[in-house]
Design a protein. Structure first.
Lengths: 131, 279
């Protein structure tokens, strides 16, 4: 019998569960390495060469190079780990979040000032979560 | 004996720490948020806790993917502010309370909670932002701090029910410590927020206000809320709110509400704050 994962029904959301944690282990540990200044410098000097030191999949490496955060999460990245990448780039959490939504940074910032993304039928799950 | 006298709940958004550290608290964006903490800063000067048990989560600072403890109790004499990639926050070191922490560890483990004991750990914004919000910018924090780090990063976090029960076990542990101590417990994180994916930016004011109300006087039932409801309604990072239930579980069934504050936004996040006193 498989585990029940009703959270997979939640729109626009990747829950970082044990399975994703397994897929993303090397990607996330790469991100942790960027907490050291010397590693940040080596990464910035040659991203591809630095990434090749890690046992990451080609898809994960390309997602990092493209700064495609949705793809990084789909392949096991967790946002608190991925934050080390955009912090190294000098980008704020809000600006990084906006890149995942299809909105421009000013549009996203304005949405937050207006009270954030309101929950509705399109972005929450209201069906039978066990179905 | 040691006694838990009050609980504090607050969000711990890193941008709040940056606003304090960079002198921006009176900027138009931040002023309404910091106004909501003025009462708490005065209140805590009167309360003078000897020690705060501070429930928070690490954000890939002290713990990477190698070791992920569900409940970790900080037993060290001191904890350094973590370098989260842009240098440590300019805040004082956190002074621990090894005697009380190890007493809590022994008591709580014997009450069937399998805690992880931590004797060396840096503490990130999850712990230091609440200290800054309540104590401002002193040269040294005015009390000892016992960190309780909860895993809410790798799903599943502990359930609300389990957190609430842990709070009760911590209370029992504190009350069996012989020294006369004024102990507070703080629960941090939340409120609704989602930092990732196409749904990033989700804020659910109705959920948050209901949570604030029920934490005060309907906590037994609130603790039964399943993870799914937090994730679905309060955002993938909103599940941090289970940590508030540890705080609430450590207080009396009936508490006096001294402060309730809610504000949107701080960066991507809804900010909530409660001060509860045991009657």
């Amino acid at each position: 019998m498989s585990l029940d994962k009703p959270y997979k029904h939640i729109p626009g959301t990747t829950v970082f569960d044990a399975e994703m944690g397994r897929l993303g282990y090397h990607l996330n540990q790469f991100c942790m390495s960027l907490m050291k200044a010397e590693n940040r410098e080596r990464f910035k000097a040659n991203e591809r060469a630095y990434l090749d030191e890690w046992e990451m999949t080609e898809e994960q490496k390309q997602a990092v190079i493209d700064r495609d955060y949705n793809r990084m999460m789909a392949t096991g990245g967790n946002i608190y780990f991925l934050a080390k990448i955009f912090s190294s780039d000098g980008i704020s959490f809000q600006d990084a979040a906006s890149t995942m939504t299809g909105m421009t940074q000013p549009e996203y910032a304005q949405m937050m000032l207006n009270g954030g993304r309101k929950p509705d039928a399109s972005n929450t799950f209201s069906g039978d979560k066990n179905g | 004996m040691a006694k838990i006298t009050a609980g504090v709940a607050t969000s711990h958004v890193p941008a709040i720490g940056a606003a304090i550290d960079n002198g921006k608290t009176q900027d138009p964006y931040w002023q309404p948020l910091f106004a909501g903490y003025e009462f708490g800063k005065e209140w805590i000067k009167q309360q003078k806790p000897d020690v705060v048990i501070l429930v928070y989560n690490d954000h890939a600072s002290a713990f990477d993917m190698n070791i992920i403890p569900t409940f970790a109790l900080g037993c060290a004499p001191s904890f350094a502010p973590a370098d989260e990639g842009w240098g440590p926050r300019p805040v004082p070191p956190v002074v621990g309370y090894p005697e009380l922490a190890s007493h809590i560890a022994q008591s709580v483990i014997q009450q069937d909670f399998d805690l992880t004991i931590i004797n060396k750990m840096d503490v990130d914004h999850g712990l230091t932002v609440p200290l800054s919000l309540m104590f401002g910018q002193p040269d040294a924090w005015p009390c000892k701090i016992i960190p309780v780090a909860v895993n809410v990063v790798l799903y599943p976090a502990p359930s609300g029910k389990r957190c609430y029960a842990l709070g009760k076990a911590i209370r029992k542990a504190v009350e069996s410590f012989d020294d006369d101590l004024n102990v507070q417990i703080w629960g941090t994180g939340g409120m609704s927020h989602q930092l990732q994916g196409p749904r990033a930016g989700l804020i659910n004011e109705e959920f948050d206000n209901d949570f604030l109300d029920r934490l005060v006087d309907d906590a037994d039932n609130l603790a039964e809320m399943p993870h799914f409801d937090y994730l679905n309604l309060a955002g993938s990072e909103g599940v941090e709110l289970v940590m508030w239930l540890i705080m609430r579980g450590a207080l009396n069934d009936k508490v006096k509400l001294k402060k309730r504050f809610y504000h949107v936004p701080a960066s991507n996040t809804a900010v909530g704050h409660l001060i509860l006193e045991n009657e």
